[in-house]
Write a protein that binds this ligand. Structure first.
Ligand code: NAP
Length: 253
């Protein structure tokens, strides 16, 4: 086992692209050893891990579908082996599915979004709590779930199922925070608004970011790094008395 880093080891699900990649980069800068999870896009995840290592940090990329219990367990075991005990989990992996009304949505797509956005978060948090909780002999830790402003806006006509999945993430954040607060673990969520990543084009509406970005009170879409910074703050000791919160980071939406 390699020596531990100053701030510990963080697992960032969906860490190869978008908000996850910005969070991985910033976590490495702040001294975390970083496990960058991805589902399909090995290129960006491996490149980011190499970039972090070249800059003197510690990182490796690991493929796992967060909705698969067996793959999640293998990933956590790999992290245990590479970096020692996990100290932070960022549950960032997520997808919207194709934009449509609910009555036009494919049932298989609905199932997949709930599976990744809800079951994936539960599965990774479960594996983290088993390792972090003082009840299980762990030394504590922090979990940050990436929710969405959709959980309070509802996303009518776009993806109400995605909004519902993020509502579940918010409820889970509140409940798990209370469940493990006495075991050295803080659990919070960040709910981003309109952030410039590939998720909007992947939803089938390439112009969405530019169109809706203009309507944001602050006057523009956010950058991935503007989510990574509050995530790292919630992970830090500066937020040591904060747990069970959902922090909206939306430019005023
Ligand atoms: P993105 O650029 O589309 O990236 C999504 C990431 O999730 C990718 O790294 C992808 O892996 C990963 N992923 C998807 N399914 C997965 C699975 N089953 N297992 C493991 N990883 C999986 O999206 P983003 O905008 O950065 O979104 C990140 C998070 O922020 C999501 O939870 C999203 O709901 C939330 N969010 C985003 C916005 C926004 O405006 N961008 C707003 C609110 C909330 P691959 O690279 O392998 O495909």
């Amino acid at each position: 086992m390699s020596a531990r880093s100053a701030t510990g080891a963080v697992l960032i699900t969906g860490g190869g692209r978008g908000i996850g990649a910005a969070t991985a980069r910033l976590a490495a800068k702040r001294g975390y050893a970083v496990c960058i999870n991805y589902a399909n896009a090995s290129g960006p995840a491996e490149a980011l891990a190499a970039e972090i290592r070249q800059a003197g940090g510690r990182a490796f990329a690991h493929r796992a579908d967060v909705a698969r219990q067996d793959e999640v367990e293998t990933m956590f075991t790999a992290l245990d082996r590479e970096f020692g005990p996990i100290t932070a989990l960022v549950n960032n992996a997520g997808l919207t599915g194709q934009i449509s009304r609910l009555d036009a949505a494919e049932p298989e797509m609905l199932r997949r979004v709930i599976e990744v956005n809800v079951l994936g978060v539960l599965t990774c948090a479960r594996a983290a709590v088993k390792r972090m909780s003082t009840r299980h002999g762990g030394a504590g830790g922090v979990i940050v779930n990436i929710s969405s402003a959709a959980s309070t806006l509802g996303s009518p006509g776009e993806y109400v199922w995605y909004a519902a999945s993020k509502g579940a993430v918010d409820s889970f954040t509140i409940g798990l925070a209370k469940e493990v607060a006495g075991e050295g673990i803080r659990v919070n969520a960040v709910a981003p608004g309109m952030i410039a990543t590939e998720i909007h084009a992947s939803s089938g509406d390439a112009g969405r970011l530019e169109r809706i970005g203009k309507t944001v009170p602050i006057g523009r879409p956010g950058e991935a790094n503007e989510i990574a910074e509050p995530v790292l703050w919630l992970m830090s000791d500066e937020a040591r008395y904060i747990t069970g919160e959902v922090l909206r980071v939306t430019g005023g939406r």
